[in-house]
Design a protein around this ligand. Sequence first.
Ligand code: FAD
Ligand code: NAG
Ligand code: NAG
Ligand code: NAG
Ligand code: NAG
Ligand code: NAG
Ligand code: NAG
Ligand code: NAG
Ligand code: NAG
Ligand code: NAG
Length: 540
Amino acid sequence: MKCLSSYFTVVTAISLFFSFTPSSADTHEKFVQCLYNYSHNTNSISNVVYTQTNSSYSSVLDLTIQNLRFSNSSLKPHVIVTPLQISHIQTTIICSQRHGLQIRTRSGGHDYEGLSYVAGVPFVILDLLNLRQITVDAENQTAWVQSGATLGELYYSISQKSKTLGFPAGVCATVGIGGHFSGGGYGFLMRKYGLAADNILDAHIIDVNGNLLDRKAMGEDLFWAIRGGGGASFGVIVAWKIKLVPVPSTVTVFRLERTLEENATEIIQKWQLVANKLDERIMIRMDMARVNSSQHGKLTIQASFVSMFLGGVEELIPLMRKSFPELGLVRKDCNETSWIGSVVFMNAGLIGSTGNEAPEVLLNRTQIRSGKYKGKSDYVRKPIPIDGLRGLWRLLYDDKIEYGQLQFAPYGGRMSDISESEIPFSHRSGYINHIHYVVVWGEEGNEATQRHMDWIRRLYKYMEPYVSSSPRAAYINYRDLDVGVNNNNGYTNYTQASIWGFKYFNNNFKRLARVKTKVDPHNFFRNEQSIPTLQKEEKY
Ligand SMILES: Cc1cc2nc3c(=O)[nH]c(=O)nc-3n(C[C@H](O)[C@H](O)[C@H](O)COP(=O)(O)OP(=O)(O)OC[C@H]3O[C@@H](n4cnc5c(N)ncnc54)[C@H](O)[C@@H]3O)c2cc1C
Ligand SMILES: *[C@@H]1O[C@H](CO)[C@@H](O)[C@H](O)[C@H]1NC(C)=O
Ligand SMILES: *[C@@H]1O[C@H](CO)[C@@H](O)[C@H](O)[C@H]1NC(C)=O
Ligand SMILES: *[C@@H]1O[C@H](CO)[C@@H](O)[C@H](O)[C@H]1NC(C)=O
Ligand SMILES: *[C@@H]1O[C@H](CO)[C@@H](O)[C@H](O)[C@H]1NC(C)=O
Ligand SMILES: *[C@@H]1O[C@H](CO)[C@@H](O)[C@H](O)[C@H]1NC(C)=O
Ligand SMILES: *[C@@H]1O[C@H](CO)[C@@H](O)[C@H](O)[C@H]1NC(C)=O
Ligand SMILES: *[C@@H]1O[C@H](CO)[C@@H](O)[C@H](O)[C@H]1NC(C)=O
Ligand SMILES: *[C@@H]1O[C@H](CO)[C@@H](O)[C@H](O)[C@H]1NC(C)=O
Ligand SMILES: *[C@@H]1O[C@H](CO)[C@@H](O)[C@H](O)[C@H]1NC(C)=O
């Protein structure tokens, strides 16, 4: 891909001279006309524009709405554009500005708060689902991946080229590259190799002027910002060049479940002490939820220990016996497989399948619709004491809640080696683990929604004494509008935005705002939690 096509320099020049504001309901018709006007015959945009009257509009809109809490939203886009090529994106950016429409870019549609497809202002969805090309260069251990591809497609493509290369990113196969990489992205290789965003070598972004820029052309500040600062504030990232990482041909996975009756308390306490100190080739995630115990026929709390080890079972068992005997791991709990087999196994935990199906399952984009959900996150510096755990269980026992879960991901290893300012994701050394909270429900209606939202907010409040503070750190990829939002239609000033900005990025928030001010001074790319531009008096 070339940087900066001459054709679009012309369009850019035009857009700079006219700054339109929307005045009438025919805004979107003018917008569509603008798209057509700037579209060449050879790259016709007319096949990728869905207005509300198009019979496919709803199915295209719904296709990747992952959180059904927003499936009913009345805040729908005026137009959906599903670009097939760079020029379609450039035209959409230019015409949206001219005709007063906001852009929401959607890659995989997994945003927890639906920000990639719901907005309270007139807007266009730029849906990258057709831009999903993946080119793996096994010899050089790199790959180019377009933002509209899914993690499953990326992992599958890597495995088709090499059995000993992998990539450290998230667990769920349907997550989109665009949102995931730009927000961080962690999974079972995190202790060994860090985040997806820690392993990016280059990127192609289209900026507010419609210019296509690679790393060299965008400069190191912007390249820094899009690796963890969230992509939506800065432009549209089309593709990423990533560094693949070595994985052994045999890895070992297990999932062990222990209820309170099976000594879960003791095992959880030990996990909190050791999980971040184990050999960095071992990642043991701990999930906690209420279950109906088949043995005891009553409700209890169950901890699941879900793990991948970069090596064979013969090496894993003695390591575990030495450091974590309380778990009681034995050979028959373990499965040796390839790295891609481990990806299928972990993804299966999410979609409730057996975990030993063929890797092609990773290509299925419609494998789960989790229902309606609300998520939150926390970072932990020291083990939660026993009294704290007991209070947690009381909350989990609440039977008015369909499903509530805490997932603990251990830190240590590479996560603690990388400096806080290396990329915008600042949550590094000093933390022993990360918590993901989620509540999921299927029941219809506002009352049910309110009940589940109230519950997770109560849980979050309850956890306050046990987690990081000042700021209480949060993960942008588990987007949570409760931690603070921009007001004034996204034109919040820096001071106000710091309320949520420091939680996601800590001291990196300042640099993000400086980059934002430089690359998008009029704050075109904005949403409820976009990085603000600095006012004159705020610059430093
Ligand atoms: C079921 C499920 C499992 C998950 N598992 C993990 C996990 O294991 N590890 C983890 O780290 N996270 C996980 N996440 C969180 C996930 O990383 C984020 O939700 C991520 O932002 C989703 O990316 P997306 O492209 O699918 O989402 P989208 O909703 O398409 O986008 C998310 C945000 O990024 C912006 N954006 C998207 N594409 C672009 C682009 N090309 N250019 C600029 N901005 C863009 C959107 O506008 C929006 O603000 C999970 C989420 C879900 C729902
Ligand atoms: C599109 O082009 C036509 C013909 O040149 C012009 O009349 C019209 O104003 C243009 N519309 C937009 C929205 O740019
Ligand atoms: C809907 O939009 C698509 C994509 O632009 C187009 O191919 C199709 O003809 C449109 N259908 C109708 C009924 O307008
Ligand atoms: C690996 O990189 C080198 C140098 O950039 C390049 O010449 C070579 O073609 C690449 N290998 C493959 C298989 O693309
Ligand atoms: C629980 O711990 C006790 C004492 O340490 C032990 O005797 C018992 O076997 C353990 N139970 C399970 C299910 O591991
Ligand atoms: C738990 O399971 C038992 C036995 O299967 C059943 O009798 C009981 O109703 C279940 N309890 C709940 C709360 O689902
Ligand atoms: C794990 O191995 C056992 C045999 O030891 C097999 O029955 C099971 O299907 C395997 N599970 C997975 C997920 O591969
Ligand atoms: C994808 O998964 C869903 C849910 O399991 C299934 O119904 C569908 O048939 C699968 N699609 C393909 C192409 O395998
Ligand atoms: C969707 O909207 C209808 C009507 O407003 C409502 O009855 C229903 O509960 C909503 N569904 C969801 C999933 O929120
Ligand atoms: C930012 O906004 C807040 C609240 O509106 C206001 O009190 C403050 O003065 C503003 N700061 C600047 C620098 O404009």
